[in-house]
Write a protein that binds this ligand. Structure first.
Ligand code: ADP
Ligand code: ZN
Length: 716
C-alpha cells in the first residue's frame, strides 16, 4: 500500500521526514487546509509532492519563480513523478502539449505562475479536471505585510472560491504573525492548521569575523575550499563586478550576478552556477530567490546585510542538502556607517524600521560570547534552548575554554600602574606593543620597563584582555576618557602573582579556524562527481537532479556493493535506482576492488531527522569495530575531531560500543579516570565546566572530553 513513508523512500529515496513534513502531509490527506512555515531548505516541496501521489486528482502549485519551477519539474521527472509546468517561458507547442497532458489526467503535479493561473485558458482547463490540492508556494507574497508583496497573488483568492472542494496548502519561509494571519484570511482558511518548523539549521556553521582585510580574508577562505560551490554577497553592483573580476584574475571559477546585468547574461551566469560549471557566484541580494541548488557549501557576506531576516534567508541558501556548510559574515564598523548614511536619506517610518533592523544586526555581529543561533532564532520568535550549539564561532572558539593568562594580565596591570593610571586601553596597548606614537614618546613611556614587552599580542587581543580584566574586577574604568586604574584586587593579584584564567582571543590573521573536512572518501567522491557531471551534461540537466552531493557522499562513505545497498543511500528512490544505479555501482565497485575496500553497512537510525550527518556515519563505523585512530586516518582529521563526532553521536541518544579503545586515548592515571567518571556521574555529561571546576582544574578540558565519552560508553 502506498503511504507517505513508503513514497518518501521509494520515490524520493529518503529514510526520514524532516521536521513537520509528516504532520503537514497527514493534515492535507485528512482534507484540512494547512499553513506550513519552514525555513529555506527545510523541505517544503515534499509537503505537496508526496500528497500529489496519494490524492485522487491534480495538485496545482502556484509559484512566482519560473526558474525554480523548471528545476522542480526536472527533479520530479527524475524521481518518476509525472509533472509539468505552464508559464510564459514555454514555446506555444509545448504549452499546448502540457495542457493536453493535464486534461488527460496524465500528470499529478502542475506548476503555474500566478499570472498564468488567472487566464481564461487555465480556468477552462481546470474546469475539466479534478483539482485535489491547491498549493501556494511563497505564500507571503499574498500579504502586503510581507517583504515581497505581489498584487497578482491577491487574485489567487478567486481561484480558491471557484474550487471550494480542493484542499489548500500555503507555504512560506517568512513567518511574522502578521503575515501569517494575513495569508490565512486572504485564503479564507476557516478550519485550518498551522505548522511552524524550527528555523534552526543545524548544519550551518555560522561565523562573524572582523573585516580588516576583506579581499585577503576572502581569498584565504576560498583557498581552503577549492572544489566547493558558494555564494558571495556584496552590497553594491559595483562591488560585485570588482570582486568577481578580482577573483577571476586570481584563477577562481566565478561569475557576477546583479540586476544591472543584461537579462541574458544574468540568466546564463545563474545557469552555469547551477550546473556546477562555475563554482562561485558573486551577487547582490537579488540572487538566490530562484535557485534551489542544494550543494552550496558556503555563503560569504562580503558586506553587511541589511537585516537579520535577510541575512538568515541568504545564509539559508547554503547546505540545503543537510551537509555541513560554512557561513561567514565579514563585519566592520565602516560598513555600518555606510548603511547609516543611506538610511538617513530615508524618511519617517521607513527610516525608523531600517534603522532598527541595522541596530539588531550590529548587536548580533558584535556579540562575542553568546551562541549565534540564539539571537537569530529569537528573531523568528523561537527560543533556542541549547547552551552550546557546537557549530558557530562563539560556541567553538577555543578561547571559550579558559586558559592561563597570568603573564599577559600582569604585564597589562603593571603597565597601567607605571603610566600613572591616567590612560585608556588604547594607550596602554601602544606602550606594551612598543608603539612610537607621538603621545607615547611625549610622555616618555618608551622608557618604561613595560615598553614593548607585549608585542606578541595584537592590539585587538590586548583590548580584549583589558575588557576581561575589567570584568573580573582587576581594573576599573573612570570618566569620559575611560581611564583605567588598578583596583585593590588587581594590586593583590599583582603582588601575590595570583593565577588568572581567561581567554586570549584568536588572532584572525594567524589562526583562522578551518572547519573540518567532510568525512568521506574524497577520491571516490571526485570520481562519482565526474560521472554525475557527464550524465547531467548528456541529459541537459543540472547535476543535482541526478543525485545530490549527499547521495554521493554516502556512497563514498559506505561503498555499497549491490543495487540493494545503493537503494539505502539517501536520495536514491526506485526511479533513480533503475536509471543510474548500475552506472554508479560500477564506478564504486571498480574503485573498491582496486583499493581492497569493503562495503560498510548502512543501518537506519531511530527516526532522527539529521540521520546521516557525518557524526552519525562516524559513530556507526566506530560501533562496527573501527578504531578511533584509523577513523582519524581515514578522514584525515585529528583524533580529537573523531572524539567530538562520537560525542555528538552519543548525545543524540545512540549507544556507543563499550571500548578499551576510548580508554587508550587518555593519558590519565586510573585514579584520575575514576575521579573524572565520578564527577560526570554526579554532574551530568552535558557541560564540561562544572566538572572541570569540581576537579579543581586538575584535569584538562581535552582529557575531560575523552573521559566524558568513556563515561557515556559505560552508561547503558
Ligand atoms: P524549501 O523549499 O523548504 O527551501 P526544498 O523542498 O527545496 O526546501 O528541500 C531542500 C532539499 O532538501 C531538497 O534537495 C530536498 O530534496 C531535500 N529534502 C527534503 N525533504 C527531505 C527529507 N525528508 N530527507 C532528506 N532530504 C530532504
Ligand atoms: Zn552556537
Amino acid at each position: 500500500m502506498l503511504t507517505p513513508a513508503s513514497i518518501l523512500k521509494d520515490t524520493f529515496g529518503y529514510d526520514n521526514f524532516r521536521p513537520l513534513q509528516r504532520e503537514v502531509i497527514e493534515n492535507l490527506l485528512a482534507g484540512r487546509d494547512t499553513l506550513g512555515i519552514m525555513p529555506t531548505g527545510g523541505g517544503k516541496s515534499l509537503c505537496y509532492q508526496i500528497p500529489s501521489l496519494l490524492l485522487d486528482g491534480l495538485t496545482l502549485v502556484v509559484s512566482p519563480l519560473i526558474a525554480l519551477m523548471k528545476d522542480q519539474v526536472e527533479q520530479m521527472l527524475a524521481s518518476g513523478v509525472p509533472a509539468v509546468m505552464l508559464n510564459s517561458s514555454l514555446p506555444s507547442s509545448e504549452y499546448q502539449k502540457n495542457m493536453d497532458l493535464v486534461r488527460d489526467g496524465a500528470v499529478k503535479l502542475l506548476y503555474l505562475a500566478p499570472e498564468t493561473l488567472l487566464t481564461p485558458r487555465i480556468f477552462s482547463l481546470l474546469s475539466q479536471t479534478k483539482l485535489a490540492l491547491l498549493t501556494i508556494d511563497e505564500a507571503h507574497c499574498i500579504s502586503e505585510w510581507g517583504h515581497d508583496f505581489r498584487p497578482e497573488y491577491r487574485q489567487i483568492t478567486e481561484v480558491r472560491q471557484r474550487y471550494p472542494k480542493a484542499t489548500c496548502l500555503a507555504l512560506t519561509a517568512t513567518a511574522t504573525p502578521r503575515v501569517r494571519s494575513d495569508i490565512k484570511s486572504s485564503l479564507n482558511f476557516a478550519q485550518s492548521n498551522e505548522f511552524v518548523a524550527s528555523f534552526n539549521r543545524e548544519n550551518l556553521y555560522i561565523e562573524v569575523a572582523p573585516k580588516n582585510d576583506a579581499l585577503g580574508q576572502t581569498l584565504r577562505f576560498l583557498e581552503d575550499r577549492k572544489d566547493q560551490s558558494g555564494i558571495i554577497y556584496c552590497f553594491s553592483r559595483r562591488q560585485v563586478d570588482e570582486l568577481a573580476g578580482y577573483l577571476e584574475m586570481k584563477g577562481f571559477s566565478v561569475r557576477p550576478y546583479h540586476a544591472g546585468l543584461e537579462d541574458g547574461t544574468r540568466k546564463a551566469n545563474q545557469e552555469v552556477f547551477i550546473r556546477d560549471d562555475v563554482q562561485i557566484i558573486v551577487a547582490t541580494i537579488a540572487f538566490g530567490m530562484g535557485i534551489n541548488k542544494p550543494n552550496v557549501r558556503f555563503v560569504i557576506h562580503f558586506d553587511l546585510p541589511k537585516s537579520i531576516e535577510g541575512y538568515y534567508q541568504e545564509i539559508g541558501r547554503a547546505g540545503r542538502d543537510d551537509l555541513p556548510a560554512h557561513c561567514l559574515l565579514l563585519y566592520n564598523y565602516s560598513d555600518v556607517s555606510k548603511q547609516r548614511y543611506f538610511i538617513n536619506q530615508k524618511e519617517g517610518n521607513e527610516k525608523r524600521v531600517a534603522s532598527e533592523h541595522l541596530d539588531t544586526l550590529v548587536r548580533y555581529a558584535e556579540d562575542e560570547i553568546n551562541c549565534r543561533r540564539k539571537p537569530l532564532l529569537a528573531y523568528f520568535g523561537e527560543i533556542y534552548p541549547t547552551e552550546n550549539c557546537g557549530n558557530c564561532d562563539n560556541c567553538t572558539s577555543e578561547a571559550r575554554e579558559l586558559t592561563d593568562i597570568t603573564i599577559p594580565a600582569q604585564k597589562f596591570l603593571s603597565c597601567v600602574k607605571r603610566t600613572g593610571e591616567r590612560f585608556g586601553a588604547v594607550h596602554i596597548t601602544g606602550v606594551l606593543r612598543g608603539s612610537t606614537r607621538k603621545k607615547i614618546l611625549n610622555y616618555g613611556h618608551n622608557k618604561l620597563s613595560t615598553y614593548g614587552i607585549g608585542a606578541d599580542l595584537s592590539r585587538k587581543q590586548w583590548k580584549h584582555l583589558a575588557r576581561q580584566l575589567t570584568q573580573m574586577g582587576y581594573l576599573a574604568k573612570e570618566g569620559e576618557y575611560q581611564v583605567l586604574h588598578v583596583t585593590q584586587e588587581g594590586m593583590d593579584a599583582l603582588r601575590n602573582r595570583t593565577e588568572i584564567m581567561g581567554r586570549i582571543q584568536e588572532d584572525e590573521r594567524q589562526s583562522r579556524k578551518v572547519p573540518e573536512k567532510l568525512d568521506y572518501d574524497q577520491a571516490l567522491f571526485t570520481i562519482l562527481r565526474q560521472k554525475r557531471k557527464e550524465l547531467a551534461d548528456e541529459a541537459g540537466l543540472p547535476p543535482y537532479v541526478i543525485f545530490s552531493d549527499k547521495t554521493l557522499v554516502e556512497m563514498s562513505a559506505y561503498y555499497p556493493q549491490s543495487l540493494d545497498s545503493v537503494l539505502k543511500m539517501s536520495g536514491v528512490g526506485q526511479a533513480k535506482l533503475s536509471r543510474y544505479g548500475e552506472i554508479f555501482l560500477g564506478e564504486i565497485k571498480a574503485y573498491c576492488e582496486k583499493k581492497g575496500f569493503q562495503e560498510k553497512e548502512k543501518r537506519s537510525y531511530r527516526g532522527r531527522s539529521d540521520a546521516n550527518s557525518r557524526f552519525m556515519i562516524v559513530g556507526e563505523i566506530y560501533n562496527a569495530g573501527e578504531s578511533i585512530q584509523s577513523l582519524a586516518e581515514r578522514y584525515q582529521v585529528k583524533t580529537g575531531t573523531i572524539v567530538n563526532h562520537l560525542m555528538r553521536f552519543a548525545a543524540a541518544g545512540n549507544p556507543l560500543k563499550k571500548g578499551a579503545d576510548l580508554q587508550s586515548l587518555t593519558s590519565l592515571s586510573p585514579d584520575e579516570q575514576r575521579r573524572a567518571t565520578r564527577a560526570f556521574d554526579e554532574l551530568g555529561t552535558e557541560f564540561l565546566k562544572p566538572v572541570f571546576e569540581k576537579l579543581n582544574g586538575e584535569i584538562s578540558y581535552d582529557e575531560l572530553k575523552i573521559m566524558r565519552l568513556v563515561t557515556l560508553s559505560q552508561q547503558e
